[in-house]
Design a protein around this ligand. Structure first.
Ligand code: GLU
Length: 290
């Protein structure tokens, strides 16, 4: 059965860009009688202020979205991710890495060539070395063949501060929860070929992908929590935001009224959802949302 997910990092409240991605994923699933799961990617605790996950959940609720099953909190699944790292180590696909961001600017990582184990207590991350070369190309359901130009294969699995990486947790959870299609923003396209390689290494045949356009604050700058994008629920009524997000996704919203219940807007939009109208390119966010 078609299954996708919405997977926010609770580093800030839901902004218009995340709302558009959520709406796109929800419509894609519900318009074909499929499932949509909610996953809170709260592993990067230094980036996620206390209480923000609750805020994001209540923001999502304000728009009337429903999900299949309870939200999954990644922070409660650390032993599961650790077991996946051990499996990759056992298969010879993970290695300890002492490179820093700074050192990687000057020379590529060769840590996988190290013959003897690091002395205990040496600060290091654990990285993934795929079996095969990565082409950097993947197939997107919206954009066709995408060439990311990104063939550097050593995804981080566990950071040197001990935090499980987004990439490992994301791929392991997409597999474990039966996701069939990953719908998310185009800001994550660059990592897709490496995530595909990681999924294969974890024994999965792969997902389909649909990367939605981003809402931009100014040319080349996406709305984001780092840029302190405004909470969409603080900016306007939820119905108004849903209508703007529908228009942003190229969908017909002429039938909908701001006086309608959010739920009725969502159901009406799902019955009219036309993926061929989704724009390919990121575009300016509408006035008033940031
Ligand atoms: N957690 C990521 C974000 O909030 C999304 C990850 C994904 O969809 O793969 O941007």
């Amino acid at each position: 059965m078609y299954t996708t997910r919405f997977a926010p990092t609770p580093s800030g409240p839901l902004h218009f860009g995340s709302l558009s991605t959520l709406l796109g994923a929800w419509l894609r699933a519900r318009s074909q009688g499929g499932r949509i799961l909610l996953r809170i990617e709260d592993l990067d605790t230094p980036r996620c202020p206390g209480g923000m996950a609750r805020r994001v959940l209540s923001d999502i609720d304000a728009f009337g979205f429903d999900f299949d099953g309870e939200p999954l909190f990644q922070s409660s699944r650390i032993p599961f991710y650790a077991s996946k790292i051990r499996k990759l180590e056992k298969d010879g696909l993970a290695f300890s890495c002492t490179c820093t961001r700074q050192s990687l600017k000057h020379s590529p990582c060769r840590c996988f060539e190290r013959m003897s184990p690091l002395p205990p207590g040496t600060p290091c991350s654990i990285r993934f070395k795929p079996r095969e070369e990565i082409s950097g190309i993947f197939k997107d359901e919206l954009l066709g063949a995408v060439d990311t130009g990104d063939t550097y294969g050593y995804l981080t699995l566990r950071r040197s501060d001990g935090i499980i990486s987004y990439n490992l947790a994301c791929v392991a959870d997409d597999i474990a929860t039966g996701v069939t299609e990953v719908v998310r923003g185009q800001d994550l396209m660059y990592v897709t070929p490496r995530q595909e390689a990681l999924a294969r290494a974890l024994g999965h045949e792969g997902f389909s992908y649909l990367h939605l356009p981003l809402a931009l604050e100014s040319p080349g700058l996406k709305l984001s929590k780092q840029n302190h994008a405004k909470a969409v629920t603080d900016a306007m009524a939820p119905q108004q935001a849903l209508l703007l997000a529908l228009a942003f996704l190229g969908q017909d919203s002429s039938w909908a009224r701001p006086s309608m219940e959010c739920r009725d807007i969502l159901i009406g939009a799902a019955s009219r959802f036309d993926p061929s109208r989704l724009p390919h390119r990121s575009a300016a966010a509408p006035a008033g949302v940031f």
